[in-house]
Every structure is written in C-alpha cells, then in structure tokens.
Design a protein around this ligand. Structure first.
Ligand SMILES: NC(=O)c1ccc[n+]([C@@H]2O[C@H](COP(=O)([O-])OP(=O)(O)OC[C@H]3O[C@@H](n4cnc5c(N)ncnc54)[C@H](O)[C@@H]3O)[C@@H](O)[C@H]2O)c1
Ligand SMILES: C[N+](C)(C)CC=O
Ligand SMILES: [K+]
Length: 487
C-alpha cells in the first residue's frame, strides 16, 4: 500500500499498534484506492498515550523556553527540507492537488514551528508588579496534557498549528487526526522526535467520533482544541465543560465576501474563486456568500464563469492540476445534495454542478460550481456546504449588505473588495467575524491571530495570542515586611 505507516499510532516516541482497535482503511480520494490500513485507538491505547504525555511533561516544562524553541525550529527546518515528500503525503491523504500542498500545507506547519520556536525566548516572560514596598510577579505556566482534534481539510497544518503553541508553552499533546486523513500527523510526530523532542510529548492516536470522547472526558487532560464542525464543537465543548477543561474551538462558517462596484474586478473575482475553490472548497473560512453590488453583477458573473470553466481539474499528483477531488464519497454526496437543493429552491446554476469529464470515475470529483440569483433564505445560503459551491447574491447599498452579511449564526471570516479605503475600514468594523480581509481572501499567515466569533468558535490560533490558550498565569504576591494583622 502506497502510504502504509509503520503502525497506527505514535506514542512515547515510537510507532505503536493495537490490532484490537476497529480497523479502517484510508483511501486516496482521486482513485478510491486503499493506501493504508489502520486501527482506531482502543481505551488501552488512549491510556498509554495519556500516561506517556503525563510522564514527559514536567521535565519539558522545566526546560528554558529558548531550549524548547530550538527543537521546534529544527522541526521546521526538517519539514522544509522534506517539503516534497510531505506534500505528496498530504495529497494522498486529502486528494488536494500537489500544486497547492507544495506551497501551502507542510509549509504552513513549518511556519508555526518556526514562529513559536522563535518567539519562545521573549514571549513567555511574566510581569513584575510594584505594590509600594511589596510586589507581585506573574509566571506563565503550562496547562499540562493538551488534546488536539483535527478536521480533514488541512491535516498537517492543523497538527502543527495546535502542536507548536502547546509544546512551546511546556505542555504535552495528544493529537487525534480526522479518520479521513490519518497519515500526515504521524509524520509530524516522527519529525518532532528527529528534531530532538523528548519522547512522550507529541503523541498521535487514530480514531473517529467514538475515540474523541475518550480523550475529551479523560480526567488527566487539561485542554482540548478542536477544529471541526459547529455540531461537533457543541458536543466537545459541553463534554469538556463537565470537568471545566480549557477549550479552543475552530469551527465552521458561512462567511460573506462583499464586492463593491468600485472594486478591481479581476482581483475580486480572483479572491472569490480562491475563497471558494481552493482545496476543492474544503476551507472553513471560505467566503461562500459572495455579495456583488448590482451595477457590476453582469460583468462579474460573466468573467467569473469564464475563469471558473478554465480551472484545470485532474490528477492531483500532476503539477498542472488546479482542482482535485473531495476528501470522501460521503462529503461529495453531501455537496451534490446541496446542489440539488439550490436548483429546487430557484437559484440559477451559472456553471458546474456535475461530475467533470476525463477524471477517474472512482474519485470523488465534482465541478467547481457557482449559483447566481441566490437569496438570503435559501438553504445553500444559510448552511455550510464545505465544498466548491459559490453562492452569488446581489445588493444595492452598504448598510443593507452589512446587515445581510451579519444575519447568520456563524462568524468565522469576512472579506470586502473596494478601492474606497474609508468604506473598507467602516465595513470590516461592522462585520461580525474573527478574521477579515480587505482586497484579499483566505490568507492566514502564522503571525496573525486566526479564529471565529459567534458560533464559529472561540479562542485564537497562531500569533502571540495562541499562547494565552495553552498556558495560564500564576500570580505570586511577595511581602517585604511583617504581616499587618488586626488579630
Ligand atoms: N475554523 C477552523 O480553523 C476550521 C478549519 C478546518 C475545518 N473547520 C471545520 O471543520 C468541519 C469539517 O471537518 P470535519 O468534517 O472533519 O469535522 P467534524 O466535526 O466531523 O470532525 C472533526 C473532528 O472531530 C472528531 N469528532 C467528531 N465527533 C466528536 C466527538 N463527539 N468528540 C470528540 N471528537 C469528535 C472527528 O473524529 C474529527 O477528528 C467544517 O465545519 C469546517 O468548517 C474549521
Ligand atoms: C486555516 N485555513 C484558512 C487554512 C483554513 C481552515 O479551513
Ligand atoms: K484519505
């Protein structure tokens, strides 16, 4: 098998198997071929991983942040050296075209190790608080054993975006990848050990929605960071609440992208296409509700159709391919069912909506799809589809579009295209979202906090802000004189 790992899990510095766990196959989304056979974690595997993490964490926390950072930076270097190999694995895991994974996926993971490794020496200091004779100081301390649970769209990125801040703060991590994409995180664990990470600090265990709760409910786990759907987020957050664990929730969205009539049209169309078709539309922050001002609607739609129909769909391992299959048959069927709903509810299918020619019929392929004349109440405009389906709506004026853009329970991202600088700032101020773009879409560099508001989640990944979610402050009051007691 093309991508069979040595064993299903990575615990205490090495691969571990337990064939008593439910077997599952990993499929290559472009052909349906079985590329690996794995076993879900048994309760014994979960206990083993948590015990290893618990054992390793105190000595790691006692190291200087600089020394911890050095190891993460080495891991970043190894990832960059092996970018090709890691990108090919990411393509096998997800079906995303190599053209994307080679620039985006392991690179973004390496960026996280480099960033957190680099800031460690300066960003984990505490404060000195003068109190007029007495004083206090704060220390930033790790939480202990942290759990990361991943979605299937960015398996390596998610494993690193959670692992890097957790480790730099002095925690141990147990990461459970999505059952759809189990392979990437194992390689990240292997590379961390090669970079010098002491064993037991970054463990990977496999499993699905039945395995997640074994971690979330475990009394020795201090924190859970989930990337997944809103529905799963609610389950995980309420399970974590039962023992008051820290939580970070990176959930779904139905983000608005607003195009005013003064926008650079080609840029706005490019942004809308990137924000709907990159990773075959499987991106949480996608701008799937594209609001176009009425005066430019016809021009926008005709150029959008033209450019969309030129997208090269094909074999993900071919560097010319711009658009690959969806991750799974189940996700593909879900997207097709939304397309049927869009047609039934009266949206105009501008392009796509079917299965492309000249690709393997065993792959989970779908055409990049655009609906025009979408209205706010349509199902395709209200629910997250998580596939390459763009909804184009039209609007008259700024107040109206802002109100409509905000009329959703989600609040992950939003974008605005306009040449009017004051309007751009006014609109981003009014939009309810955690991550916003002006004249761009979906760029998420590690230096910038990333995360959602409303039902798209809470907590932030990346940037210095992430440190707050993997550590807590210990405040120490120091008396410099005798205790003043009335007793
Ligand atoms: N905000 C972000 O950063 C971000 C990034 C990528 C994806 N997403 C969101 O993720 C979703 C798509 O990914 P998905 O289909 O893998 O999501 P999902 O919610 O089905 O699964 C996410 C993960 O949670 C696990 N899980 C499921 N039920 C669980 C439970 N009860 N307890 C513990 N773990 C459980 C799954 O096994 C998987 O590893 C979309 O909604 C997308 O918007 C968000
Ligand atoms: C974090 N980002 C933007 C890559 C995508 C989430 O699915
Ligand atoms: K897969």
């Amino acid at each position: 098998m093309k991508a069979q790992p040595k064993a299903s899990h990575f615990i205490d510095g090495d691969y571990v198997e337990d064939t008593a766990g439910a077997p599952f196959d990993s499929l290559y989304p472009a052909t349906g071929e079985v590329i690996a056979r794995l076993h879900a974690a048994t309760p014994a595997i979960v206990e083993k991983a948590i015990a290893a993490a618990k054992r390793a964490q105190p000595a790691w926390a006692a190291m200087s942040p600089t020394a911890r950072g050095r190891i993460l930076k080495r891991a970043a270097d190894i990832m960059r050296e092996r970018n090709r190999e890691l990108s090919e694995l990411e393509t096998l895991d997800t079906g995303k075209p190599i053209q994307e994974t080679i620039v985006a996926d392991p690179t973004s993971g390496a960026d996280a190790f480099e960033f957190f490794g680099g800031i460690a020496a300066a960003a984990l200091n505490g404060d000195y608080i003068p109190l007029g004779g007495d004083f206090a100081f704060t220390k930033r301390v790790p939480l202990g054993v942290c759990v990361g649970i991943g979605a299937w769209n960015y398996p390596q990125q998610i494993a690193c975006w959670k692992g890097a801040p957790a480790l730099i703060c002095g925690n141990a991590m147990i990461f459970k990848p999505s059952e759809n994409t189990p392979l990437g995180a194992l390689k990240i664990a292997e590379i961390l050990v090669e970079a010098g990470l002491p064993k037991g600090l970054y463990n990977v265990i496999q499993g699905d929605r039945a395995t997640g709760p074994l971690l979330v409910n475990h009394p020795d786990v201090a924190k859970v960071s989930l990337t997944g759907s809103v529905e799963t987020g609610k389950k995980v957050a309420s399970a974590a609440a039962a023992s008051l664990k820290h939580v970070t929730m990176e959930l779904g969205g139905k983000s608005p992208l607003i195009v005013f009539d003064d926008a650079d049209l080609e840029s706005a169309i490019g942004g809308a296409m990137l924000g709907n078709f990159y990773s075959t539309g499987q991106v949480c922050s996608n701008g799937t509700r594209v609001f176009v001002q009425k005066g430019i609607k016809d021009k926008f739609l005709s150029r959008l159709k033209e450019r969309t129909e030129k997208i090269i769909i094909g074999d993900p391992m071919d560097e010319a391919t711009q658009f690959g299959p969806m991750v799974s048959k189940a996700q593909l069927d879900k997207v097709f069912s939304y397309i049927e709903k869009g047609k039934a509810e009266g949206a105009t299918l501008l392009t796509g909506g079917g299965i492309p020619n000249s690709v393997s019929s065993a792959g989970n392929y779908i055409q990049p799809t655009v609906f025009a004349d979408v209205t706010d109440d349509m199902t395709i405009c209200r629910e997250e589809i998580f596939g390459p389906v763009m909804c184009v709506l039209d609007f008259d004026n700024e107040d109206e579009v802002v109100a409509r853009a905000n009329a959703t329970e989600f609040g992950l991202s939003a974008g605005v295209f306009t040449q009017d600088i004051t309007r751009a700032h006014r609109v981003v101020d009014a939009l309810e979202a955690g991550t916003l773009w002006i004249n761009a879409y979906n760029l998420a560099p590690v230096e910038v906090p990333f995360g959602g508001s409303k039902q798209s989640g809470f907590g932030r990944e990346n940037s210095i802000a992430a440190l707050n979610h993997y550590s807590e402050l210990k405040s120490v009051y120091v008396a410099m004189g005798p205790v003043q007691s009335p007793y």
